[in-house]
Write a protein that binds this ligand. Structure first.
Ligand code: G4P
Length: 542
């Protein structure tokens, strides 16, 4: 039983728990090693006994954090999962994000729930195309970004060149926290810039929690016995250069202006533990969030949270729908009654769950910073706020404008019901947006997505989860604009012949265009027409 709200006992409990919480997301280009690193972190935390080790993964492509069929088949991470583990007194929530840019909208929503991001980079490849896109999404949230340069066990790019690449390509300055020794496929270990300690690895074991290592000071003469002269000279020279550079500035890190850089190899465990230790020191505890009632801090004397992700059929054995909530303030207790912004009514938060890959665990209590899954009987929408304090709404989660549109219908008209249910549920998850076009004289159902891979996911999920086959026809539109103000009825607007009119899933008018030019023309030809690039979910919508 939790102590009553607004009591010193409640405040003390929340304070103690909040201090321990760290909630972050991992972003990376596919194949940089995100799944491997996530597994290793879970392993350190004792959350799993052995990493779904690389060998096992090779055969079935199944990693602890990828649970959906299509992910396993394609080896990409489509949806994001949330996992918990304990380490060194910390209670950690990891949010996994899809690596593919076609799912960057999902990434953005996940980042809204995170307080920091770990950006994983393949040491040989440096900053890759999708790292750039995902990084930009992080930047929009201005959260601290930590860089882990992975795969140091193989020939890597020069670490100084990597620092420069981060600055030139991503526009963020970096500050190494540790420095690699041996970058040509002869990775020996790392040297910590804060302690000047050299950590040398003496043996790797993919499944083990602890790697065998020797730790010595850079200035210890005994280092000569364990590290060859060539490495020592190079390291001393490089450390001199680094130490003459800019000092580590935690404030700049927390403001997202400087990225601390770590080097390691997730697959051999080298550098993973020192990364985790320092990362946990530098990454912020649960951050406050902006609401229409002002800024709400984690230690506010009442419980609040918001829904940032909805996922149906996460576990085929359960066939249920879960709403993922980030707790922003206070303490949560199973079964507690809270006010729900979507229905403007109290709801009881039953069957709360936390996740360990495809295993679920019932949650009795949770605190600000935690991510929990709520059983969703169909009442939750993305962005909904839950509160035991004042009625309030957290900042809207923006909806990205789709750039690809397909006309869709069920292959078998007898399966119309399943088709509609599937499309509606997937739209509620935010993976697709639906539009109804009637101007052609018949009802045309359209689906809009941010990245074309989402069409594949839609097709696959409708088939496997709703037993409905789809017929999809691409449409030439590339832009959608929401009509926020119009001088005349939408049907009477003067548009180019290739533009279209439709309603979104909430009945709001939208215009569809093939190019920027026809958008401009629409505004020029219809004085007083105001168009918006995205539809934000507002309190009135719900
Ligand atoms: P992702 O989630 O970011 O897509 O990457 P994932 O962890 O699946 O890793 C991609 C590949 O990179 C895997 O190879 C994995 O073993 C390997 N990998 C991860 N970390 C390291 C590392 O520190 N060093 C080296 N050398 N390799 C690493 P794979 O299982 O062989 O998969 P595949 O490439 O055959 O599909």
């Amino acid at each position: 039983m939790l102590p009553e709200q607004n009591t010193p006992a409640y405040a003390a409990l929340v304070h103690e728990q909040v201090e321990k919480r760290r909630t972050f997301a991992i972003i990376s280009h596919p194949d940089a090693g995100k799944t491997t690193l996530t597994e290793k972190l879970l392993l350190y935390g004792g959350a799993i006994r052995s990493a779904g080790s690389v060998k096992a993964r090779k055969t079935d492509k199944h990693a602890t954090s990828d649970w959906m069929d299509i992910e396993k088949q394609r080896g990409i991470s489509v949806t994001s999962s949330a996992m918990q583990f304990e380490f060194d007194g910390y209670h950690i929530n990891i949010l996994d994000t899809p690596g593919h840019q076609d799912f960057s909208e999902d990434t953005y929503r996940v980042l809204v729930a995170a307080d920091a991001a770990v950006m994983l980079i393949d040491a040989a490849k440096g900053v890759e195309a999708q790292t750039i896109k995902l990084f930009k999404v992080c930047r929009m949230r201005s959260i601290p970004i930590f860089t882990f340069v992975n795969k140091m066990d193989r020939a890597a790019k020069d670490p100084f060149a990597l620092m420069q690449e981060l600055e030139e390509v991503l526009g963020i300055r970096s500050c190494p926290v540790n420095w690699p020794i041996g970058v040509d496929g002869d990775f020996q270990g790392v040297c910590h810039l804060d302690t000047r300690e050299v950590e040398l690895y003496t043996g790797g074991d993919h499944g083990k929690r602890q790697v065998e290592k020797t730790v010595l000071s850079l200035d210890d003469p005994a280092l000569a016995d364990v590290l060859a002269e060539g490495y020592r000279t190079r390291l001393s020279d490089e450390m001199e250069l680094l130490e003459a550079g800019e000092p580590f500035d935690l404030e700049a890190v927390r403001a997202g202006r400087l990225t601390p850089m770590f080097f390691g190899s997730a697959v051999t465990n080298f550098g993973v533990e020192p990364f985790l230790e320092r990362f946990l020191q530098y990454t912020p505890p649960p951050l406050p969030r902006q609401s229409d009632q002002g800024v709400i801090g984690p230690e506010s004397p009442f419980f609040t949270g918001f829904v940032f992700k909805i996922q149906a059929n996460m576990n085929p054995a359960h066939r249920d729908r879960l709403a993922f909530m980030r707790i922003v303030s206070g303490a949560f207790e199973k079964g507690m009654e809270v006010w729900h912004s979507g229905t403007n009514k109290p709801v009881a938060l039953k069957q709360p769950q936390q996740f360990m890959a495809d295993e679920r665990e019932a949650v009795e209590e949770a605190y600000a910073g935690d991510i929990i899954g709520l059983f969703d009987p169909g009442i939750y929408q993305l962005g909904d706020t839950l509160s035991t304090g004042p009625k309030m709404h957290y900042e809207n989660i923006p909806v990205f404008a789709p750039e690809f549109f397909n006309r869709v219908r069920p292959k078998d008209s007898l399966k119309r019901k399943q088709f509609q249910k599937g499309i509606t549920q997937l739209a509620e998850e935010g993976a697709i947006q639906t539009f109804l076009r009637t101007e052609t004289g018949r009802e045309e159902f359209m689906v809009g997505v941010v990245g074309v891979l989402q069409f594949e996911v839609l097709e696959h999920r409708l088939r496997t989860e709703y037993q409905a086959e789809l017929v999809m026809e691409p449409m030439p539109f590339r832009h959608v604009r929401w009509v926020t103000k119009t001088p005349k009825p939408v049907e009477d607007l003067k548009l180019t012949s290739t533009s279209g009119r439709a309603k979104d899933s909430r009945g709001r008018d939208v215009l569809l265009f093939e190019n920027e030019w026809s958008i401009r023309l629409a505004c020029e030809n219809n004085e007083g027409l105001v168009l918006a690039e995205t539809a934000t979910r507002t309190a009135e919508d719900t």
